[in-house]
Design a protein around this ligand. Structure first.
Ligand code: HEC
Ligand code: HEC
Length: 389
Protein backbone atom coordinates (compact mmCIF):
# COMPACT_ATOMS: atom_id res chain seq x y z
CA UNK A 1 0.00 0.00 0.00
CA UNK A 2 1.28 3.45 -0.84
CA UNK A 3 2.21 5.44 2.25
CA UNK A 4 0.06 8.21 0.86
CA UNK A 5 -3.18 6.27 0.89
CA UNK A 6 -6.14 7.98 2.57
CA UNK A 7 -6.39 4.97 4.95
CA UNK A 8 -2.90 5.48 6.32
CA UNK A 9 -3.67 9.12 6.81
CA UNK A 10 -6.92 8.39 8.64
CA UNK A 11 -5.11 6.01 10.97
CA UNK A 12 -2.47 8.65 11.62
CA UNK A 13 -5.11 11.27 12.43
CA UNK A 14 -6.97 8.84 14.67
CA UNK A 15 -3.74 8.12 16.54
CA UNK A 16 -3.04 11.81 17.03
CA UNK A 17 -6.63 12.22 18.26
CA UNK A 18 -6.50 9.28 20.69
CA UNK A 19 -3.25 10.44 22.22
CA UNK A 20 -4.95 13.75 22.91
CA UNK A 21 -2.14 15.73 21.27
CA UNK A 22 -2.93 19.41 21.01
CA UNK A 23 -0.80 20.11 17.94
CA UNK A 24 -2.54 20.76 14.61
CA UNK A 25 -3.28 17.49 12.83
CA UNK A 26 -0.73 16.50 10.17
CA UNK A 27 -1.54 17.83 6.73
CA UNK A 28 -3.23 15.28 4.52
CA UNK A 29 -0.63 13.83 2.16
CA UNK A 30 -0.69 15.25 -1.35
CA UNK A 31 -2.36 14.14 -3.54
CA UNK A 32 -5.56 12.73 -2.07
CA UNK A 33 -7.91 10.77 -4.34
CA UNK A 34 -9.70 13.85 -5.75
CA UNK A 35 -6.43 15.66 -6.33
CA UNK A 36 -5.02 12.57 -8.03
CA UNK A 37 -7.90 12.65 -10.49
CA UNK A 38 -7.26 16.33 -11.24
CA UNK A 39 -3.57 15.58 -11.83
CA UNK A 40 -4.52 12.76 -14.18
CA UNK A 41 -6.69 15.20 -16.17
CA UNK A 42 -3.68 17.40 -16.90
CA UNK A 43 -2.30 15.03 -19.55
CA UNK A 44 -0.91 16.06 -22.96
CA UNK A 45 -3.71 16.89 -25.40
CA UNK A 46 -4.25 14.78 -28.49
CA UNK A 47 -1.96 15.99 -31.29
CA UNK A 48 -4.88 17.37 -33.31
CA UNK A 49 -7.80 19.37 -31.94
CA UNK A 50 -11.14 17.53 -31.70
CA UNK A 51 -13.19 17.61 -34.90
CA UNK A 52 -15.53 20.55 -35.34
CA UNK A 53 -18.69 19.19 -36.99
CA UNK A 54 -19.92 22.74 -37.63
CA UNK A 55 -17.03 23.34 -40.07
CA UNK A 56 -16.79 20.64 -42.73
CA UNK A 57 -13.62 22.25 -44.12
CA UNK A 58 -11.90 22.26 -40.70
CA UNK A 59 -9.42 19.49 -41.51
CA UNK A 60 -9.01 20.15 -45.24
CA UNK A 61 -5.37 20.89 -46.15
CA UNK A 62 -6.57 23.01 -49.11
CA UNK A 63 -8.74 25.09 -46.78
CA UNK A 64 -5.82 25.45 -44.34
CA UNK A 65 -3.52 26.61 -47.19
CA UNK A 66 -6.07 29.22 -48.28
CA UNK A 67 -6.69 30.19 -44.65
CA UNK A 68 -2.96 30.67 -44.08
CA UNK A 69 -2.76 33.16 -46.96
CA UNK A 70 -5.89 34.98 -45.80
CA UNK A 71 -4.56 35.18 -42.22
CA UNK A 72 -1.52 37.05 -43.50
CA UNK A 73 -3.27 39.33 -46.01
CA UNK A 74 -3.51 43.03 -44.99
CA UNK A 75 -5.39 43.61 -48.27
CA UNK A 76 -8.50 42.25 -46.53
CA UNK A 77 -8.62 45.30 -44.23
CA UNK A 78 -10.20 48.56 -45.36
CA UNK A 79 -7.00 50.45 -44.50
CA UNK A 80 -4.84 47.91 -46.37
CA UNK A 81 -2.34 47.54 -43.53
CA UNK A 82 -3.87 45.21 -40.93
CA UNK A 83 -4.05 41.41 -41.16
CA UNK A 84 -4.89 38.79 -38.56
CA UNK A 85 -1.16 38.24 -38.27
CA UNK A 86 -0.65 41.90 -37.23
CA UNK A 87 -2.07 41.16 -33.78
CA UNK A 88 -1.31 37.44 -33.55
CA UNK A 89 2.40 37.49 -34.31
CA UNK A 90 5.70 36.30 -32.87
CA UNK A 91 6.29 33.18 -30.80
CA UNK A 92 3.25 33.75 -28.60
CA UNK A 93 1.00 34.64 -31.56
CA UNK A 94 -0.16 37.78 -29.74
CA UNK A 95 1.29 41.25 -29.08
CA UNK A 96 3.48 42.34 -26.18
CA UNK A 97 1.37 45.39 -25.29
CA UNK A 98 -1.82 45.49 -23.22
CA UNK A 99 -4.02 46.14 -26.28
CA UNK A 100 -3.34 46.09 -30.04
CA UNK A 101 -3.60 48.58 -32.87
CA UNK A 102 -5.99 48.06 -35.78
CA UNK A 103 -6.94 50.22 -38.80
CA UNK A 104 -6.12 53.93 -38.51
CA UNK A 105 -4.34 53.47 -35.19
CA UNK A 106 -7.54 52.51 -33.38
CA UNK A 107 -6.96 50.42 -30.26
CA UNK A 108 -8.66 47.16 -29.33
CA UNK A 109 -10.58 47.12 -26.06
CA UNK A 110 -8.83 44.01 -24.77
CA UNK A 111 -5.59 42.03 -24.85
CA UNK A 112 -5.25 39.68 -27.87
CA UNK A 113 -5.15 36.08 -26.66
CA UNK A 114 -2.81 33.67 -28.42
CA UNK A 115 -4.13 31.72 -31.42
CA UNK A 116 -1.87 28.78 -30.50
CA UNK A 117 -4.07 25.76 -29.67
CA UNK A 118 -7.21 27.79 -30.49
CA UNK A 119 -8.74 24.69 -32.11
CA UNK A 120 -9.07 23.04 -28.69
CA UNK A 121 -11.33 25.75 -27.25
CA UNK A 122 -15.09 25.86 -27.41
CA UNK A 123 -15.67 29.53 -26.55
CA UNK A 124 -13.80 32.38 -28.20
CA UNK A 125 -13.00 35.94 -27.17
CA UNK A 126 -12.55 36.76 -23.50
CA UNK A 127 -16.31 37.12 -23.10
CA UNK A 128 -17.32 34.11 -25.24
CA UNK A 129 -19.08 36.14 -27.91
CA UNK A 130 -18.16 33.53 -30.53
CA UNK A 131 -18.91 29.83 -30.03
CA UNK A 132 -16.79 28.42 -32.86
CA UNK A 133 -13.35 29.14 -34.26
CA UNK A 134 -14.74 29.83 -37.76
CA UNK A 135 -17.37 32.35 -36.67
CA UNK A 136 -14.83 34.09 -34.42
CA UNK A 137 -12.84 35.09 -37.54
CA UNK A 138 -15.70 37.29 -38.79
CA UNK A 139 -15.51 39.56 -35.74
CA UNK A 140 -12.01 41.05 -36.31
CA UNK A 141 -12.64 41.24 -40.07
CA UNK A 142 -15.75 43.37 -39.53
CA UNK A 143 -14.69 45.24 -36.38
CA UNK A 144 -14.18 48.98 -36.97
CA UNK A 145 -11.16 49.00 -34.63
CA UNK A 146 -9.51 45.94 -36.18
CA UNK A 147 -9.74 45.28 -39.95
CA UNK A 148 -12.82 47.47 -40.54
CA UNK A 149 -13.87 45.42 -43.58
CA UNK A 150 -17.20 44.23 -45.00
CA UNK A 151 -18.57 41.53 -47.30
CA UNK A 152 -18.16 43.74 -50.39
CA UNK A 153 -14.46 44.32 -49.73
CA UNK A 154 -14.01 40.65 -48.94
CA UNK A 155 -15.65 39.56 -52.22
CA UNK A 156 -13.48 41.99 -54.19
CA UNK A 157 -10.27 40.80 -52.53
CA UNK A 158 -11.17 37.11 -52.86
CA UNK A 159 -12.05 37.64 -56.54
CA UNK A 160 -8.78 39.44 -57.24
CA UNK A 161 -6.41 37.12 -55.40
CA UNK A 162 -8.02 33.82 -54.49
CA UNK A 163 -10.79 33.14 -57.03
CA UNK A 164 -9.64 29.69 -58.17
CA UNK A 165 -8.77 28.43 -54.69
CA UNK A 166 -12.14 29.62 -53.47
CA UNK A 167 -14.00 27.88 -56.31
CA UNK A 168 -12.05 24.64 -55.88
CA UNK A 169 -13.09 24.52 -52.21
CA UNK A 170 -16.58 25.97 -52.15
CA UNK A 171 -17.82 25.19 -55.71
CA UNK A 172 -18.47 28.81 -56.78
CA UNK A 173 -16.44 31.86 -57.66
CA UNK A 174 -16.51 34.55 -54.93
CA UNK A 175 -18.37 36.78 -57.41
CA UNK A 176 -21.10 34.11 -57.75
CA UNK A 177 -21.55 33.89 -53.98
CA UNK A 178 -24.56 36.17 -53.74
CA UNK A 179 -25.30 35.58 -50.04
CA UNK A 180 -22.89 37.87 -48.16
CA UNK A 181 -23.23 35.76 -45.04
CA UNK A 182 -22.26 32.59 -46.89
CA UNK A 183 -19.18 34.34 -48.26
CA UNK A 184 -18.23 35.46 -44.75
CA UNK A 185 -18.83 31.99 -43.31
CA UNK A 186 -16.60 30.40 -45.97
CA UNK A 187 -13.88 32.93 -45.19
CA UNK A 188 -14.11 32.01 -41.50
CA UNK A 189 -14.05 28.28 -42.20
CA UNK A 190 -10.84 28.54 -44.27
CA UNK A 191 -9.16 30.67 -41.58
CA UNK A 192 -10.22 28.18 -38.89
CA UNK A 193 -8.76 25.28 -40.89
CA UNK A 194 -5.42 27.10 -40.79
CA UNK A 195 -5.67 27.99 -37.10
CA UNK A 196 -6.41 24.34 -36.28
CA UNK A 197 -2.84 23.57 -37.39
CA UNK A 198 -1.25 26.07 -34.93
CA UNK A 199 -0.78 23.62 -32.11
CA UNK A 200 2.01 23.82 -29.61
CA UNK A 201 1.85 21.21 -26.89
CA UNK A 202 4.38 18.71 -25.49
CA UNK A 203 5.78 20.88 -22.74
CA UNK A 204 8.24 19.99 -19.95
CA UNK A 205 5.14 20.27 -17.74
CA UNK A 206 3.69 17.16 -19.40
CA UNK A 207 6.79 15.12 -18.62
CA UNK A 208 6.77 16.42 -15.05
CA UNK A 209 3.14 15.43 -14.50
CA UNK A 210 3.76 11.94 -15.94
CA UNK A 211 6.82 11.45 -13.74
CA UNK A 212 5.05 12.83 -10.68
CA UNK A 213 2.16 10.39 -11.15
CA UNK A 214 4.67 7.54 -11.23
CA UNK A 215 6.26 8.88 -8.05
CA UNK A 216 2.81 8.91 -6.40
CA UNK A 217 2.42 5.23 -7.35
CA UNK A 218 5.85 4.50 -5.91
CA UNK A 219 5.11 6.43 -2.72
CA UNK A 220 7.87 8.98 -3.37
CA UNK A 221 5.74 12.00 -4.37
CA UNK A 222 7.32 14.31 -1.82
CA UNK A 223 10.80 13.78 -3.23
CA UNK A 224 9.74 14.67 -6.77
CA UNK A 225 11.04 18.05 -8.04
CA UNK A 226 7.50 19.00 -9.22
CA UNK A 227 5.93 18.29 -5.80
CA UNK A 228 5.65 21.82 -4.44
CA UNK A 229 4.59 23.40 -7.75
CA UNK A 230 1.85 20.84 -8.41
CA UNK A 231 0.71 20.86 -4.80
CA UNK A 232 0.40 24.65 -4.82
CA UNK A 233 -1.37 24.58 -8.21
CA UNK A 234 -3.86 21.92 -7.16
CA UNK A 235 -4.31 22.38 -3.39
CA UNK A 236 -3.37 25.69 -1.80
CA UNK A 237 -3.76 27.84 -4.93
CA UNK A 238 -6.92 26.07 -6.16
CA UNK A 239 -5.71 26.91 -9.69
CA UNK A 240 -6.90 23.57 -11.04
CA UNK A 241 -10.47 24.32 -9.95
CA UNK A 242 -10.59 26.25 -13.26
CA UNK A 243 -7.31 25.51 -15.06
CA UNK A 244 -7.76 21.77 -15.57
CA UNK A 245 -7.89 19.15 -18.31
CA UNK A 246 -5.35 18.86 -21.13
CA UNK A 247 -5.69 22.55 -22.06
CA UNK A 248 -5.56 23.74 -18.44
CA UNK A 249 -8.93 25.40 -18.90
CA UNK A 250 -12.45 24.40 -17.98
CA UNK A 251 -13.74 26.51 -20.91
CA UNK A 252 -16.11 28.26 -18.50
CA UNK A 253 -16.45 31.88 -17.39
CA UNK A 254 -15.39 33.23 -14.01
CA UNK A 255 -14.89 36.54 -12.30
CA UNK A 256 -11.46 36.42 -10.68
CA UNK A 257 -11.35 40.07 -9.66
CA UNK A 258 -9.30 41.68 -12.45
CA UNK A 259 -9.46 45.48 -12.29
CA UNK A 260 -11.61 46.70 -15.19
CA UNK A 261 -13.49 49.98 -15.13
CA UNK A 262 -14.18 50.03 -18.90
CA UNK A 263 -17.60 50.04 -20.58
CA UNK A 264 -17.28 46.35 -21.49
CA UNK A 265 -16.50 45.15 -17.98
CA UNK A 266 -19.61 42.94 -17.69
CA UNK A 267 -17.89 40.22 -19.78
CA UNK A 268 -19.99 37.20 -20.68
CA UNK A 269 -23.05 38.64 -18.92
CA UNK A 270 -23.30 41.21 -21.73
CA UNK A 271 -21.98 39.04 -24.60
CA UNK A 272 -24.05 35.87 -24.19
CA UNK A 273 -27.47 37.01 -25.41
CA UNK A 274 -26.26 38.58 -28.69
CA UNK A 275 -24.18 35.43 -29.30
CA UNK A 276 -27.16 33.15 -28.65
CA UNK A 277 -29.18 35.16 -31.21
CA UNK A 278 -26.33 35.43 -33.74
CA UNK A 279 -27.01 34.15 -37.24
CA UNK A 280 -23.45 32.76 -37.43
CA UNK A 281 -23.57 30.73 -34.21
CA UNK A 282 -23.15 26.95 -34.31
CA UNK A 283 -26.91 26.36 -34.21
CA UNK A 284 -27.59 28.78 -37.08
CA UNK A 285 -27.98 28.36 -40.87
CA UNK A 286 -24.26 28.79 -41.68
CA UNK A 287 -23.18 25.95 -39.41
CA UNK A 288 -22.48 22.59 -41.10
CA UNK A 289 -24.08 20.81 -38.14
CA UNK A 290 -26.82 23.08 -36.83
CA UNK A 291 -28.58 21.83 -33.73
CA UNK A 292 -27.45 18.58 -32.07
CA UNK A 293 -24.68 18.58 -29.48
CA UNK A 294 -23.68 22.11 -30.33
CA UNK A 295 -26.98 23.65 -29.48
CA UNK A 296 -27.01 21.87 -26.11
CA UNK A 297 -23.91 23.87 -25.14
CA UNK A 298 -25.76 27.05 -26.11
CA UNK A 299 -28.79 25.88 -24.21
CA UNK A 300 -26.70 25.44 -21.08
CA UNK A 301 -25.41 28.98 -21.36
CA UNK A 302 -28.93 30.29 -21.85
CA UNK A 303 -29.99 28.51 -18.66
CA UNK A 304 -26.96 29.82 -16.78
CA UNK A 305 -27.95 33.35 -17.81
CA UNK A 306 -31.20 32.85 -15.93
CA UNK A 307 -30.11 30.66 -13.06
CA UNK A 308 -26.57 31.87 -12.35
CA UNK A 309 -26.76 35.43 -13.63
CA UNK A 310 -24.72 36.84 -10.76
CA UNK A 311 -21.86 34.38 -11.43
CA UNK A 312 -21.62 35.54 -15.05
CA UNK A 313 -21.42 39.23 -14.15
CA UNK A 314 -17.87 40.43 -14.88
CA UNK A 315 -16.85 36.88 -15.80
CA UNK A 316 -14.35 36.00 -18.54
CA UNK A 317 -13.25 32.77 -20.18
CA UNK A 318 -10.62 30.73 -18.36
CA UNK A 319 -7.68 30.96 -20.78
CA UNK A 320 -5.44 28.01 -21.54
CA UNK A 321 -2.17 28.15 -19.60
CA UNK A 322 -0.27 26.30 -22.31
CA UNK A 323 2.48 28.60 -23.69
CA UNK A 324 1.54 31.29 -21.15
CA UNK A 325 5.20 32.26 -20.73
CA UNK A 326 5.15 33.49 -24.35
CA UNK A 327 2.03 35.67 -24.11
CA UNK A 328 2.65 38.48 -21.58
CA UNK A 329 0.96 40.77 -20.66
CA UNK A 330 -1.97 38.97 -19.07
CA UNK A 331 -5.72 38.92 -18.42
CA UNK A 332 -8.46 40.36 -20.61
CA UNK A 333 -7.24 43.87 -19.88
CA UNK A 334 -3.57 43.10 -20.53
CA UNK A 335 -2.84 45.19 -17.45
CA UNK A 336 -1.18 42.40 -15.47
CA UNK A 337 2.36 42.51 -16.77
CA UNK A 338 4.23 39.39 -15.66
CA UNK A 339 3.54 35.90 -14.36
CA UNK A 340 4.83 37.06 -10.98
CA UNK A 341 2.15 39.79 -11.03
CA UNK A 342 -0.50 37.18 -11.92
CA UNK A 343 0.54 35.08 -8.92
CA UNK A 344 0.46 38.15 -6.64
CA UNK A 345 -3.05 38.97 -7.89
CA UNK A 346 -4.30 35.49 -6.98
CA UNK A 347 -2.35 35.58 -3.72
CA UNK A 348 -4.29 38.62 -2.56
CA UNK A 349 -7.62 37.10 -3.74
CA UNK A 350 -8.16 39.53 -6.64
CA UNK A 351 -8.55 43.30 -6.57
CA UNK A 352 -10.91 44.83 -4.01
CA UNK A 353 -14.63 44.97 -4.84
CA UNK A 354 -15.59 48.04 -6.83
CA UNK A 355 -12.80 47.58 -9.36
CA UNK A 356 -14.89 45.33 -11.63
CA UNK A 357 -18.51 44.40 -12.36
CA UNK A 358 -20.16 41.77 -10.15
CA UNK A 359 -18.35 39.86 -7.44
CA UNK A 360 -15.44 37.43 -7.50
CA UNK A 361 -15.92 33.67 -7.73
CA UNK A 362 -16.17 31.90 -4.37
CA UNK A 363 -13.04 29.94 -5.33
CA UNK A 364 -10.90 33.08 -5.37
CA UNK A 365 -9.60 33.76 -1.86
CA UNK A 366 -6.56 35.27 -0.23
CA UNK A 367 -3.95 32.50 -0.46
CA UNK A 368 -1.04 33.55 1.78
CA UNK A 369 1.48 31.77 -0.41
CA UNK A 370 5.05 31.56 0.87
CA UNK A 371 7.88 32.83 -1.32
CA UNK A 372 8.83 29.22 -2.00
CA UNK A 373 5.30 28.37 -3.13
CA UNK A 374 5.15 31.44 -5.39
CA UNK A 375 8.46 30.49 -6.96
CA UNK A 376 7.33 26.88 -7.49
CA UNK A 377 4.09 28.08 -9.10
CA UNK A 378 6.01 30.46 -11.35
CA UNK A 379 8.33 27.69 -12.54
CA UNK A 380 5.32 25.44 -13.11
CA UNK A 381 3.64 28.09 -15.31
CA UNK A 382 6.86 28.58 -17.25
CA UNK A 383 7.16 24.84 -17.80
CA UNK A 384 3.84 24.83 -19.71
CA UNK A 385 5.58 26.13 -22.86
CA UNK A 386 5.30 23.57 -25.65
CA UNK A 387 8.21 22.54 -27.86
CA UNK A 388 8.55 24.80 -30.92
CA UNK A 389 7.80 23.05 -34.19
C1 HEC B 1 -6.12 44.81 -34.23
C2 HEC B 1 -5.70 43.57 -33.61
C3 HEC B 1 -6.35 42.29 -34.06
C4 HEC B 1 -6.55 41.82 -35.34
C5 HEC B 1 -6.26 42.51 -36.64
C6 HEC B 1 -7.08 40.48 -35.19
N1 HEC B 1 -7.18 40.14 -33.87
FE1 HEC B 1 -7.74 38.37 -33.12
N2 HEC B 1 -7.92 39.18 -31.31
C7 HEC B 1 -7.56 40.47 -30.97
C8 HEC B 1 -8.09 40.80 -29.67
C9 HEC B 1 -7.93 42.12 -28.93
C10 HEC B 1 -8.81 39.67 -29.24
C11 HEC B 1 -9.61 39.54 -27.95
C12 HEC B 1 -10.91 40.31 -28.16
C13 HEC B 1 -11.91 40.16 -27.06
O1 HEC B 1 -11.91 39.14 -26.39
O2 HEC B 1 -12.71 41.08 -26.88
C14 HEC B 1 -8.65 38.66 -30.28
C15 HEC B 1 -9.15 37.36 -30.20
C16 HEC B 1 -8.93 36.39 -31.17
C17 HEC B 1 -9.26 35.00 -31.03
C18 HEC B 1 -9.88 34.33 -29.81
C19 HEC B 1 -8.88 33.57 -29.01
C20 HEC B 1 -9.46 33.03 -27.72
O3 HEC B 1 -8.78 32.24 -27.06
O4 HEC B 1 -10.58 33.39 -27.35
C21 HEC B 1 -8.92 34.38 -32.20
C22 HEC B 1 -9.05 32.91 -32.55
C23 HEC B 1 -8.43 35.43 -33.09
N3 HEC B 1 -8.43 36.62 -32.41
C24 HEC B 1 -8.11 35.23 -34.42
C25 HEC B 1 -8.03 36.32 -35.31
C26 HEC B 1 -8.21 36.21 -36.75
C27 HEC B 1 -8.54 34.95 -37.49
C28 HEC B 1 -8.04 37.47 -37.26
C29 HEC B 1 -8.18 37.92 -38.69
C30 HEC B 1 -9.43 37.66 -39.35
C31 HEC B 1 -7.75 38.34 -36.13
N4 HEC B 1 -7.77 37.61 -34.97
C32 HEC B 1 -7.44 39.68 -36.26
C33 HEC B 1 -6.82 41.31 -31.76
C34 HEC B 1 -6.79 41.23 -33.15
C1 HEC C 1 -12.27 30.56 -10.46
C2 HEC C 1 -11.49 30.11 -11.61
C3 HEC C 1 -10.01 30.33 -11.62
C4 HEC C 1 -9.08 30.00 -10.67
C5 HEC C 1 -9.33 29.34 -9.33
C6 HEC C 1 -7.79 30.38 -11.20
N1 HEC C 1 -7.93 30.94 -12.44
FE1 HEC C 1 -6.45 31.72 -13.59
N2 HEC C 1 -7.83 32.53 -14.83
C7 HEC C 1 -9.19 32.35 -14.73
C8 HEC C 1 -9.86 33.30 -15.59
C9 HEC C 1 -11.36 33.41 -15.79
C10 HEC C 1 -8.86 34.09 -16.18
C11 HEC C 1 -9.07 35.30 -17.09
C12 HEC C 1 -9.58 36.42 -16.21
C13 HEC C 1 -9.70 37.78 -16.82
O1 HEC C 1 -8.98 38.11 -17.77
O2 HEC C 1 -10.54 38.55 -16.32
C14 HEC C 1 -7.58 33.55 -15.69
C15 HEC C 1 -6.33 34.01 -16.09
C16 HEC C 1 -5.13 33.44 -15.69
C17 HEC C 1 -3.84 33.75 -16.25
C18 HEC C 1 -3.58 34.72 -17.40
C19 HEC C 1 -3.52 34.01 -18.72
C20 HEC C 1 -3.51 34.92 -19.92
O3 HEC C 1 -3.32 34.39 -21.02
O4 HEC C 1 -3.72 36.14 -19.80
C21 HEC C 1 -2.91 33.00 -15.60
C22 HEC C 1 -1.41 32.95 -15.84
C23 HEC C 1 -3.63 32.23 -14.60
N3 HEC C 1 -4.97 32.52 -14.69
C24 HEC C 1 -3.05 31.37 -13.68
C25 HEC C 1 -3.72 30.90 -12.55
C26 HEC C 1 -3.06 30.39 -11.37
C27 HEC C 1 -1.58 30.22 -11.20
C28 HEC C 1 -4.06 30.09 -10.47
C29 HEC C 1 -3.93 29.60 -9.04
C30 HEC C 1 -3.16 30.45 -8.15
C31 HEC C 1 -5.33 30.40 -11.11
N4 HEC C 1 -5.07 30.90 -12.36
C32 HEC C 1 -6.59 30.21 -10.53
C33 HEC C 1 -9.83 31.43 -13.91
C34 HEC C 1 -9.28 30.93 -12.74
Amino acid sequence: MSRHSPRTWMLASALVGSLGLSCTPPEEPFPNQDELEVLQSLHTPSPLPPKDPTNKYGDSPAAAALGHRLFNDPGLSSCGTVSCQSCHDGEGRSVDTAVAEGCDGKLTGRNPPTVLNAGYSTWFMWDGRADRLWNQALLPLLSPVEMNSNAGLLRARLSAEYAEEYRALFGKLPSEETDDNQLLAHFGKAIAAYERTLNRNNAPFDQDVRRFLQAVEAGTAEEDPAYLGLKTFVRKGQCSACHKGPMLSDDQFHNIGVKDLSDSQRGVAAAATPMLDWTFNSAGPYSDAPGGIESSRLLRLRNDLHEKASELEGAYKTPTLRNVKLTAPYMHTGEVKTLEDVIDLYDKGGEPAGNYAGSVSVTIKKLDLTDEEKKALFLLLESMTGAAK
